[in-house]
Structure formats: structure tokens, C-alpha cells
Design a binder for this molecule. Structure first.
Ligand SMILES: [Zn+2]
Length: 366
């Protein structure tokens, strides 16, 4: 699987390794599962070994996604392992069908390939080696490899089900997006994804042995709903210009102001960041996080000119989506808006409230 951000709010995961600078994390539910399996599979630990190996292959599946993402300069935030599989959290899902299907199919293709190789290896062990040596440990190894082959084939095959946002669903959306608008393709793919999600839950309830499908089904249902919403809103936000959004006025400070004075202005206008201007010329933003790092007793001595300033601004003609991305990545609540022919002069600011209003409008536009 690979996901946009619908899991990023879940915090309970622990980093175990990193590959190409991308952290690989274990979700707490995965750790609990491993403990439970270890206890249940005592004294042979066969099941424990099986699941442990399987998750090495799940990591390889995710790394295939990451490898392709890197090839297209798409940032992968992290890889998280859940009991139901791995998730590569991707910064931005490409709105380019030819990239998306390659990115999505790389994981299942890797799993299927590993499955085929392991299957061949297990055949080799059971047919060519085992009868001559009749070693018990080799037989166990042979059946472990055969089980892993089957699981990898299942992992690859299952992920190819066109249930957006699973891999197969992304391939499906990419195919649709070749023929229609990206937002429409997402809408249809998410609709099919939700149907699959419901079907999986129902199947898991009826057939007790497949209870994990209930979890996967919910995951697919919620994931499809959230990602479709996000995609549609951000595609619409991309069409709204900064100049279409009501701009707020906030107080500015000068480089000569003390930090204490600047904080007063911030309090008064209820914003966590302040615009620094010198003779009406924009100098940059001073952010609350930097100010509170300074000891309270020093705040009336130090001036704004001694603080690090971030020279961030957007043009009026820029899309709200672009402004929002910068605000999120820079963790700022206000975005100075400047005119293209006079980038030194801040005409107004885009605030988080302004963004929220634009968001609501964008939603109604579709
Ligand atoms: Zn995948």
C-alpha cells in the first residue's frame, strides 16, 4: 500500500531503521501482534518466524514504492508497519497517471516476484535436496519458504485488488485519469474503493477465519473517503487565487522594536507570527516559536533585528493551495501577500482563518 497522509495522525509508532534517509517504523499494534504470536506459537515459534519473515518482505514491498518515488523526486516521509501491512507515507501523490501507476504497481510486482523466486526455491529444496538428506530442519525450512512464497503471492495479488487507496486502486485511478479529469477519476476510484471496503468487512464478519479483512475493509473505506476528499479539495484549492480570499490586516513590527513589544503586537492581533517592516519595506516574518525561545528577562533588551527573520511571501495571483503548502511546511499562521510588481510591499496577509474560508468555498465549488 502507499498512502497520502490518512495515517499520519496516528502517533504510536517506533523507528527501527532507516533506508535512504527514510525512517521505517513499527506501529505499536504490530509490536503487540508479534508478542501475541510469539506466545501463541510457543514452543516451535514457527508462526512467529513466518510472520517475522513476512514483514521483511512487506518492507521490501514498501521499499519498491520508495525506490520508484525517489526516481521521480517524490518525497517519502516514512514507512510504517501495521499488522495488516506496510504503508509508505508519500508527501504528495503525483497527479500524473503515468507516474502514479508505476509508483503503485512497483510494490505488488515486487511481492509477486519474491513469491515466484521463493516458490522455485522451495520446490528445489523439497524435490532435489530433501529426499537425499531427509533432514528435519531442511523440511521445516522448505515448508517455511513455501509458506512465505504463498504469502508473498497473496500480498502481491491482494494489493492489486482495485480498491482505492490500495495499490490496485491507484492503478485503477491512473487508468481512469488518462480518460477523464483527475478529480472525477478520484471520485469514481474512491466510490469503488468504498464498495470493496464494505465487501471486505461483510466477508470478514461472515467468515470468521478472515476477521483481519474487517480491519483492512475499514482501513480501505476510511482511506478512500478521506483521500478522495483531500484530493478533490486540494485540486479545487489550486484553482482559487490568493486574491480571491479575504485578506486580513495584522500589525507589523519594526527591526528596532524589542521582543517584548513585538509580542504585544502579536497578542493584540491574535496571530503567532508578526510581519517585520522597515519604512514600509517588508523584511521578513518573525515567528512565535523563535520568540519564546528567548528568556523572558531578555525580551525587553533584545530587538527584532537580532532575531532570525524568514522572508516568506506569496503573490496575489498565486493559488491558495501553494500558499497553504508553504504555511504548513514553514509552520506559520500568517502569510504575507505581496504584489508581483512590488514584492517589497505587503498588501495584506493570508491567515489560517482565510485558508479555512477558502477551503469551505472550494468544497462548495465542486
Ligand atoms: Zn503497496
Amino acid at each position: 500500500m502507499n498512502s497520502f497522509s490518512f495515517c499520519s495522525s496516528m502517533k504510536y509508532s517506533f523507528k527501527i531503521a532507516s533506508v535512504w534517509g527514510i525512517p521505517i517504523e513499527l506501529h505499536i499494534t504490530f509490536i503487540l501482534l508479534m508478542v501475541a504470536v510469539a506466545i501463541l506459537s510457543y514452543p516451535t515459534f514457527y508462526l512467529f518466524a513466518l510472520i517475522l519473515f513476512l514483514f521483511v518482505f512487506v518492507v521490501l514491498h514498501e521499499m519498491a514504492h520508495t525506490f520508484v518515488a525517489r526516481h521521480y523526486n517524490i518525497k517519502v516521509r516514512k514507512i510504517v508497519l501495521y499488522p495488516i501491512g506496510g504503508v509508505s507515507e508519500i508527501e504528495e501523490i503525483p497527479e500524473n497517471p503515468s507516474i502514479e501507476w508505476r509508483l503503485a504497481i512497483s510494490g505488488p510486482a515486487t511481492s509477486l516476484l519474491i513469491g515466484a523466486v521463493l516458490y522455485a526455491a522451495s520446490l528445489f529444496i523439497t524435490i532435489a535436496v530433501a529426499p537425499t538428506t531427509i533432514s528435519a530442519s531442511l523440511t521445516t525450512a522448505g515448508s517455511l519458504i513455501l509458506d512465505l512464497a504463498t504469502l508473498n503471492l497473496l500480498l502481491g495479488g491482494f494489493n492489486l485488488i482495485p480498491a482505492f487507496p490500495m495499490d490496485g486502486g491507484r492503478v485503477f485511478r491512473a487508468i481512469l485519469a488518462e480518460r477523464m479529469k483527475f478529480t472525477d477519476a478520484t471520485k469514481y476510484a474512491a466510490y469503488i474503493g468504498r464498495l470493496f471496503g464494505i465487501a471486505m468487512v461483510v466477508f470478514g464478519i461472515i467468515f470468521y477465519g478472515y476477521f483481519l479483512l474487517i480491519v483492512v475493509g475499514l482501513f480501505v473505506y476510511i482511506g478512500a473517503t478521506e483521500e478522495a476528499e483531500q484530493t478533490i479539495v486540494s485540486t479545487t484549492l489550486a484553482r482559487v487565487r490568493v486574491s480571491d480570499v479575504t485578506c486580513a490586516e495584522i500589525g507589523s513590527v519594526t527591526p528596532e522594536n524589542t521582543l517584548a513589544e513585538a509580542m504585544e503586537v502579536m497578542f493584540k492581533f491574535r496571530y503567532h507570527d508578526a510581519i517585520v517592516e522597515k519604512d514600509g519595506i517588508y523584511q521578513g516574518l518573525v515567528v512565535w516559536d523563535e520568540l519564546v525561545k528567548v528568556k523572558p528577562e531578555q525580551r525587553s533588551q533584545l530587538t527584532i533585528s537580532q532575531m532570525p527573520l524568514r522572508k516568506i511571501s506569496v503573490f496575489q495571483g498565486e493559488s491558495v493551495l501553494e500558499a497553504q503548502k508553504i504555511m504548513v511546511s514553514q509552520k506559520i499562521a500568517v502569510m504575507p501577500v505581496v504584489e508581483r510588481d512590488n514584492p517589497e510591499k505587503v498588501t495584506c496577509v493570508l491567515t489560517t482563518e482565510g485558508l479555512a474560508a477558502a477551503y469551505d468555498r472550494a468544497k462548495n465549488l465542486r
